[in-house]
Design a protein around this ligand. Structure first.
Ligand code: F6R
Length: 607
């Protein structure tokens, strides 16, 4: 999604902006631009393409110490140089970058055109600079405040005016914006990764807040001109966590980080003495936890699939009716919110618009909503009624991997807590704790032994359609495996419950559509084997992810990806890692842009 960087300080602004934009690349974008102010004039360079393309046309003599930059992920208007940000008003005195969507831009644009304004782009964003110009009477923050009252939609904005060329005004409503405080330098960014190389001291803006920065000062206001005293927070991440650390791709690094990231999600949260768990962030007393009658999990994409694993565990082990819903569907269906239902929103970024808006709707109706998020200080954890951080560390590759395994870890611990309060025996609780604690080592085994898996991925990379099939707890893993493959290799893949294919998808089976079956050694194994035989009977090629020691499987399928034996509830971890690797190797073989696949954005901040 779009990214913003702003800089006021002693350094060459163009360099700070380009470096910040480079760090935002992971969010997904299709064009970029910067504007730097120098001695009362603005110089702007923008183009479609990557930051390296932009860098090629930024003149080396682009001096100036204040500036704004942007990566654009097209929503309104095609991917062209003209539609890239920054955008000016007619007089070219006002320049801005915008994240979000202005829903009423067409009405505003029509009126402004009638008044004689000329537009140079097809974007919704350009109307804002023109509107600010019409309202400007010598004070940019006042003009911007009056402007935002006329806008319907979401925005994170960074704006400059030639009258005060060393000042940037930012405003946030629905699109994240953070202020970075350095030594005699200030930063604005849509994401802390853009400024982490310069400062760890930040202030997160809330919706309907304005910030004014110069090199040595900042002020924050609400929309009623009240100055705010906001808390300075310390970013817990280090620069090396957002770098590749010897790997060629972030995705590869993040897949390999999973033994440690899962451990970070477990540490301090299991209780061997009580054979239970502990999640302080829930902010709920044992009595309140005992009163929960239903759990509803709301999320999008990979986080939704993690939620499905969570709902399955909560219902089958903790015996609490639990379901998962797509966040994009929750807001507009007028959901029924009940007092004894506990709601969880799951989001790696903590900024996904669909999930954020669903959370707000549930809260408006009186629902208690807890967040399960990765990015500390992001909007969902700040606005939720409590919650749990997954502590994965920064996830930079667009395709989510380590966040998924850490999200499900939180659900395992939650299940343990709630199940032990209800029906789960001490011994069974203890087995669950030790099963969970053994997962990181088993994942290490899979990672250390991925050579054969790579060969299988290469062998199958010529196929254009795949089915991913699993049952029970591993049904959602099949969906996640199919999503990973289509996201980064652009190969068509569908995930189904393996029992479901006979109700339709089996019509797709022929020698050109391989099926990838998840075959754990649990209660459903024999049923999955029957489903495999149905596919083989129709000449379908089958790859199985199966447990070492399953002697029968090799004779039934075409290829096997082996995983270690584990506690039967732990297979989602051990199944998903090979699927992540399968997608990764396949994408490599097909020469895809693994970390920034086409059309995708990391943090989807528009509806
Ligand atoms: C898939 C992927 C997306 C995200 C989805 C939700 O690899 O990354 O499907 O899972 O956009 O994002 P978060 O978890 O940030 O709310």
């Amino acid at each position: 999604m779009c990214g913003i960087v702003g800089y006021c300080g002693p350094k060459k602004a163009s360099e700070v902006l380009l470096e910040g934009l480079k760090r935002l690349e992971y969010r997904g974008y299709d064009s970029a631009g910067i504007c730097v102010s120098h001695k009362g004039s603005f110089e702007t360079v923008k183009r479609k393409g990557k930051i390296k393309d932009l860098r090629e046309i930024v003149p080396s003599n682009m001096v100036g110490n204040t500036g704004i930059g942007h990566t654009r992920w097209a929503t309104h208007g095609e991917v062209t140089d003209e539609n890239a940000h920054p955008h000016y008003d007619d007089s070219e005195k006002i320049v801005l970058v915008h994240n979000g969507i202005i829903e009423n831009y067409q009405v505003i644009k029509k009126r402004l055109i009638a008044e004689g304004h000329t537009f140079l782009s097809d974007t919704d964003s350009e109307v804002i600079s023109h509107l600010v110009a019409t309202l400007y009477k010598g004070n940019l923050e006042v003009a911007l405040r009056e402007t935002v009252f006329l806008l319907k939609g979401t925005y994170g904005l960074a704006v400059m005016h030639k009258d005060n060329p060393d000042k940037i005004v930012g405003v946030r409503n629905g699109s994240p914006l953070v202020l970075g405080i350095g030594e005699n330098e200030m930063f604005l960014a849509s994401d802390v990764t853009a400024i982490l190389a310069h400062t760890k001291q930040v202030i997160y803006l809330e919706d309907k807040e304005i910030v004014v920065i110069t090199a040595d000062s900042y002020k924050t206001f609400d929309f009623h001109e009240q100055e705010l005293q906001k808390k300075i927070e310390n970013i817990g991440w280090d620069l090396d966590q957002i770098e590749k650390d010897g790997y060629e791709f972030f995705m590869e690094k993040e897949i390999n980080e999973q033994p440690e990231s899962i451990l970070r999600a477990i540490i301090g949260r299991t209780d061997v003495d009580g054979a239970t768990g502990h999640l302080g962030g829930l902010n709920m007393t044992p009595a309140e936890l005992l009163n929960i009658k239903r759990i509803q999990i709301v999320a999008a994409g990979t986080s939704y699939y993690a939620g499905m694993v969570g709902a399955y565990l909560l219902e089958s082990i903790a015996r609490i009716p639990a379901s998962t819903e797509l966040s994009s569907e929750v807001r507009y269906k007028n959901p029924v919110v009940q007092p004894d239902t506990l709601y969880f929103v799951v989001s790696q970024s903590g900024e996904t618009a669909d999930t954020l808006y669903a959370m707000r709707e549930l809260q408006r109706k009186g629902g208690r909503v807890l967040g399960i998020c990765n990015v500390v200080g992001s909007t969902i954890p700040r606005e939720s009624d409590g919650g749990v951080y997954i502590h994965s560390g920064p996830e930079i590759a667009v395709a989510s991997t380590k966040a998924f395994t850490s999200q499900i870890t939180v659900f395992y611990i939650l299940t343990l807590i709630l199940a032990r309060m209800r029906h789960l025996s001490y011994e069974a609780g203890l087995r669950l704790v030790s099963g969970l604690e053994s997962v990181p080592e088993k994942i290490k085994e899979i990672l250390a032994d991925s050579g054969e898996l790579k060969k299988i991925a290469v062998k199958y990379s010529k196929y254009e359609n795949f089915l991913f099939l699993g049952r029970g707890l591993n049904y959602s893993v099949a969906l996640e495996g199919a999503l990973k493959l289509k996201e980064i290799s652009y190969i068509h893949a569908e995930g189904y419950s393996s029992a479901e294919i006979k109700h339709g998808p089996i019509a797709l089976i022929n020698e050109n559509t391989p099926s990838l079956f998840l075959v754990p050694d649990d209660d459903l194994r024999d049923k999955v084997i029957n489903n495999i035989k149905e596919v083989k009977a129709r000449k379908g090629k089958v790859i199985a992810v199966a447990v070492k020691g399953d002697d029968e499987i090799e004779s039934i399928v075409d290829d096997v990806i082996w995983i270690p034996k584990a506690h039967s509830l732990m297979y989602p971890y051990l199944m998903v890692v090979p699927l992540q690797l399968f997608a990764f190797y396949m994408a490599l073989e097909l020469d895809r842009d693994v970390d920034q696949p086409r059309n995708l954005a990391k943090s989807v901040t528009v509806e």
